[in-house]
Every structure is written in C-alpha cells, then in structure tokens.
Design a protein around this ligand. Structure first.
Ligand SMILES: [Zn+2]
Length: 336
C-alpha cells in the first residue's frame, strides 16, 4: 500500500491565470468500470505570494459557502490579485450532489475523516488529498459550514484554538478581519478528526463558520460569506487592502464555546418543544425545552435544562428527537 493519493488532476497549481478543473478520484462501479468522481476545483494565480485555500461542501447539505465559492471562482480576476487562491466548493461532491451531510457512497462524514487514508473509501481519500496536497500549499484556509439539515445557527465565522499561541493569534486576527457579526472561538474539541484540526496541524491560519442551517439557503448568510471572503483575501494579501468591504453589521462580537456543558441533549425519544430561541440569553438551570410523548398524552413531558449561563447560538431544526440528539448549544463572551 502506498501513501500517495490516487487523485489526479489536469490543473497546474503553479500556472498563472484562472483554471476551472477537476480532482479525479478513481471510483470503479458497475455503471462505470474505469470511472472517476470529479471534484470541481478552481485555481487562480498571479505570481508568487500567499496561498489561500477556500473550501465548502465538506457537508453536502450546507449551502451558503458552496454558493459563495462558486460566485468567487467566476468573479476573481487573476490580473487583480497576488499569489494564489484555491477554491474547492463541493469538497465532498457525492454528499453535495445528494444534499446530505455524509457521502451516500460510503456513509462517511468528511469532517470526521481527517487526516484521511488514500486507500480507504472515497471520503477518506478526499480528506487525505486535502491534508497531504492542498494544505501544504496553503497559508490561510477557510472551511465554510452551516448547521446542515438538523441544526439552525445564529451565523458566525469561527476559529479553533490550537497548541501554538502564535498561530492562534494570527487566526484570531483573520477572524476579526473577516468581519462577521459574531466571531466564535472553539476552545472545546469533541473530535480530532476535523478539517480545521488537520489544517492547524499543517501550520495554517484556519477559519471556519456556520452561516445558516436547516438545509436551506440563508440570503444574509450568503452575503456574509461573500463580504467576509473579500475581507479575508485582503487580510491574506491576495487582493489589495482597498478591496476589503468591512464589517457585515458592526464590529465582530467575539464569543467562545469551551466545554461540553455548553451543549444540551435530548434525554429521551419524543417531540421537542424548545423553550428558548436563537439569540436568547439564558441562565444555568433554566428550562431549554420539553420532550413530549404524543403516543402517550397522559405522560408528563420531560424538561431538559441548560447546564450553564450563555447565549443560544444553535438550535435543533427538526422537531423529533432521539435520546442523545443535541437540541441546543450556547456561546459565551470570549474570555481571551
Ligand atoms: Zn458542517
């Protein structure tokens, strides 16, 4: 077994100008014995300079970033920029084409597949190519998400705290340059297999963000991403500082998520009635909602509670819950 990626491309990462091409992942199936999964990629380059790698469609049912990156791929003029911008608007293409979180081919979540494996199923092979080919070329990375089908978010851009203070400081500066109304600092990582963890391990300034949810397209979320990416490209040095467009709606409010107690989980299977909305400031012990048992109306609904003070930044989109589903999570003011 080789550690080299099987993914091939006709895109030349060192060529000046704009190229729209594909990453070809060999995928031999009944309907196509010598077939490939063709992941779209755009490379825009103008001489030496910083490389910014922008990605969406890591989760297929999160759309604001996919739309904004397709627009950016068409609009960016290589003659008006410096260095290189790499755009991967549908990183897990099979999931994006099906409008689902995980790949319908292997049922794997790309954002739980890093650093990947070139010899495993397609989603692991995609993660491996991103980690071993694209990340080493880049200085700055933004992986654009939303809540997907099951969650609604108050939109924000984000960064994740890593082990290198200098990289954390640079990511925080990039987050503030992006100019979203909320800049969220993830100081709690329940899983190490995330794209952002892999990017940080490669020494990149890595941003993320949740710009909508519920499997829909938020108009303001798309605008927020479009403006933020202009600001980020100016901050990274890919476009002139004069092309930055500034904050989306006033200065960025820095917040954080720093523990499991920020999350509320359904205690039982049932129908969840939320008792708080996105943006609400809540207190520890306050009721976050009730699980109703519509097949047994005589049974008293079960309340669940917030485990700490904070602001509701995420809320489950679907009404039906099973035990263990996240129904809400909080954020608090960034403590620094
Ligand atoms: Zn996502």
């Amino acid at each position: 077994m080789s550690n080299a990626s099987k993914i091939w491309t006709r895109v030349d990462y060192e060529r000046d100008g704009k190229q729209h091409g594909w990453l070809q992942l060999p995928h031999s199936v009944t309907r196509s014995a010598y077939g490939n999964i063709a992941l779209p990629i755009t490379v825009i380059r103008n001489g030496k300079g910083p490389t910014t790698f922008l990605m969406a469609g890591n989760h297929g049912d999160e759309y604001e970033g996919q739309i904004a990156l397709c627009k950016l791929a068409r609009d960016l003029d290589p003659g008006q920029m410096t260095g290189r911008v790499i755009i991967l608007p549908a990183a897990n293409l099979p999931a994006a084409m099906a409008g689902v979180r995980v790949s319908p081919i292997d049922q794997v979540n790309l954002n739980r597949a890093f650093p990947g494996d070139p010899d495993s199923t397609p989603t692991y092979a995609i993660a491996h190519y991103i980690d071993t080919v694209l990340y080493p070329m880049a200085d700055v990375h933004h992986d654009l998400h939303s809540g997907g089908s099951s969650l609604q978010y108050l939109p924000f851009a984000s960064m994740r705290i890593g082990s290198q203070p200098e990289l954390n400081r640079r990511a925080l500066a990039a987050l503030q340059a992006f100019g979203a109304p909320i800049g969220l600092v993830w100081a709690y990582s329940p899983d190490a297999r995330l794209s952002s963890v892999a990017a940080i391990n490669r020494g990149l300034v890595a941003l993320g963000g949740e710009f909508g949810g519920g499997g829909s397209v938020s108009t303001s979320g798309v605008r927020m991403v479009e403006r933020g990416l202009r600001n980020l490209l100016a901050h990274a040095g890919n476009i002139p500082a004069s092309q930055a467009v500034g904050d989306f709606a006033g200065p960025t409010r820095l917040m954080e998520v720093s523990g499991r107690d920020y999350y509320v989980y359904a205690p039982e299977r049932g129908l969840f009635e939320p008792a708080a909305e996105l943006g609400d400031e809540v207190r520890r012990g306050q009721v976050s909602g009730y699980v109703h048992f519509v097949d047994n109306p005589g049974r008293v609904p079960q309340a669940c509670h917030f485990e700490r003070d904070g602001m509701v930044i995420c809320k489950r989109h679907y009404g039906l819950v099973e035990r263990g589903d996240c129904v809400m999570h909080l954020a608090t003011e960034y403590a620094g």
